[in-house]
Design a protein around this ligand. Sequence first.
Ligand SMILES: Cc1cc2nc3c(=O)[nH]c(=O)nc-3n(C[C@H](O)[C@H](O)[C@H](O)COP(=O)(O)OP(=O)(O)OC[C@H]3O[C@@H](n4cnc5c(N)ncnc54)[C@H](O)[C@@H]3O)c2cc1C
Length: 476
Amino acid sequence: MAAARRMVVVGGDAAGMTAASQVRRLRGAEELEIVAFERGDFSSYSACGIPYWIGGSVDARDDLIARTPQQHREHGIDLRMRTEVTEIDVDGQRVRTRDPSASGDGEAWTGFDELVIATGARPLRPPLPGIDADGVHGVQSLEDGQALLDALHTREKAAAGRKLRAVVVGAGYIGVEMAEALTLRGFDVTVVDQAAQPMTTLDPDMGELVRDAMCGMGMEVVTGAKVTAVETEESGSDRSAGRARAVVTQDATYPADVVVLGLGVAPETSLAREAGLPLGESGGLLTDLAMRVRGHENIWAGGDCVEVLDLVSGRTRHIALGTHANKHGQVIGANIGGAYSTFPGVVGTAVSKVCDLEIARTGLLEAQASQVGLQFVTVTAEATSRAGYFPGSESMRVKMLAECGTGRLLGTQIVGRAGAGKRVDIAAVALSAGMTVGQMTFLDLGYAPPFSPVWDPVLVAARKAKAAVEAEAAGK
Ligand SMILES: Cc1cc2nc3c(=O)[nH]c(=O)nc-3n(C[C@H](O)[C@H](O)[C@H](O)COP(=O)(O)OP(=O)(O)OC[C@H]3O[C@@H](n4cnc5c(N)ncnc54)[C@H](O)[C@@H]3O)c2cc1C
């Protein structure tokens, strides 16, 4: 007997398959058929793990796959791989698909009662000469990761003892994680970015700490440098032919055996745009708190293709993170499955690392706070990860922003060694709860010498921030 209703999912990774799995937990196949389309070769995989797979900390590609297409099918989800959705017909309640392996032109229409758009993000790839040459790699998908790994193996075999060189273009978190991966593989690594500091998700003074640490690890960090071309082995005017051999900026040329792009992403919303669905300033789909596309009762969207509400600034932003994508999928699945759930928004928390340097932020940077008209004080605190006398105690810097007058916490950034990064979660919880820095100073955090100093570094910063708010109010 045919199912009464059908849910169609576009995109078979974090947001889409979490939504599908959650619905299946709540509703049987006799009530709701689930058909999911994925244009790539893999489902439910962790792109977050790609740098660690390339760097060798994770053994195999398949370790990054949480659930294979076959496993999804065994759970009652009709997941159709290598099938691209090419059109959404909103009025006709159907999607057009293209499956190159199918007979005829491979095109078909599938009707839906509920539609989930989970198309993710696409990596930025500026139209520079040579950018598509052999030897220039993105790391957005497992296919990308495999292509890079294959290329690295080939270069490593052919190197015959010569030290290989890698240029990473872009010093955001993916760029610095890839710089670590390539360093671990024994490459000489140069990271090039047009910004003044690496990690523009931090304030410049905190980004400077990242640069210093990366240089200390033997990496070359070139900032304020706009890439103008990738030079290839072919001489003459056709720079796109042949294998990449260098990255060219306006001032210099950096030789490269391999080039990795980490230039950020944009929401993959071309289908949604063509279908006339509402998009925000950064091109992400706009949803309500239940993750329903605004103005469309039975169309839902989540993950890297949507904009999220930033609870600190009150604005919507595009933040492409797996942590949000999974939660969006959970919310969508609960709502389609007949339960009720909402996604409240984010405070902008992120953590990453380059070798032994941990980098974290939550809330607003100085520039972001100014942009939305907030007045604030800023403090920085130098502290240690454990009691100073305890072996293995590492230093870190905590930067904190608090609103003038109210003392409300606005943001926290942390750069330091082991034990630094995840401390940002204390500030993330405080931000979510709308706490003032004064309230934070007496938070009942766990303490023992192997775990922290008696005043945790985040509390040290909160105390300084409280004093700064009071001094500002007193006109000092
Ligand atoms: C190298 C790297 C490291 C990362 N590290 C972290 C991290 O440490 N922490 C963190 O929180 N996040 C991290 N992320 C981000 C995280 O991976 C993404 O936020 C997450 O994968 C988003 O999930 P999604 O389902 O929204 O989109 P995606 O994972 O991009 O999945 C979208 C899927 O839709 C498919 N698709 C798109 N269009 C169509 C179509 N028309 N038809 C059919 N299928 C389509 C795509 O092929 C893709 O498989 C990292 C990302 C990368 C690339």
